[in-house]
Design a protein around this ligand. Structure first.
Ligand SMILES: C[S@@+](CC[C@H](N)C(=O)[O-])C[C@H]1O[C@@H](n2cnc3c(N)ncnc32)[C@H](O)[C@@H]1O
Length: 157
């Protein structure tokens, strides 16, 4: 059961539907002090856009071919092989990430919603970034249907 003393996440989550929205968040959410992790960087296109706005960025992907290509295309940036679900590997990168970008294939379907929420909770709990931006049409749709119940609406218990 949830209680007042229960650990509370302070990370903000930003749900985007497609890559255009995912990249459009960068000028709004990323600043020059940020240390950013991108999970699912493919060839590093978004990682390079993040690099223009932040202090440091690391792009990661599960595919060795993608990482090899990203390193060739962006020789000045750091890319590492990593499975998104191996949060220990993310911790072992040894950085205090302030923002995390997640764009892992297969997160758009309705059935993937629980996976997205588990992954977000895992990264928020272990790495404690200020914000996580995720590309997931399923999550964006779900949150658009949610309304937090608040005091102004009579929740005075
Ligand atoms: C749509 S692409 C990412 C595009 C990239 N973020 C961009 O903006 O250019 C999705 C990537 O997720 C990677 N991926 C899929 N499953 C993964 C996992 N479990 N861990 C890490 N990366 C994964 C794929 O290899 C692929 O490169």
């Amino acid at each position: 059961m949830a209680s007042e003393r229960q650990f509370r996440l302070r990370t903000k989550f930003v749900a985007t539907r497609n890559v255009k929205e995912y990249r459009a968040t960068i000028p709004v959410w990323v600043n020059q002090d940020d240390v950013v992790l991108e999970v699912g960087c493919e060839w590093g296109t978004t990682t390079a856009l993040l690099a223009e706005r932040c202090r440091e960025v690391i792009g990661t992907d599960i595919s060795p071919e993608c990482i090899e290509r990203a390193r060739k295309l962006h020789p000045g940036l750091r890319f590492e092989l990593m499975d998104a679900f191996d949060v220990r590997a993310a911790l072992d990168l040894g950085k205090q990430f302030t923002k995390i970008y997640i764009d892992v294939s297969g997160f758009s379907g309705y059935r993937s919603l629980l996976d997205v929420i588990s992954l977000l909770t895992m990264y928020a709990t272990v790495l404690r970034p200020e914000a996580i931006v995720v590309k997931s049409g399923a999550l964006k749709h779900f949150v658009s249907l949610c309304t937090p119940w608040g005091r102004s609406e009579g929740d005075e218990r």
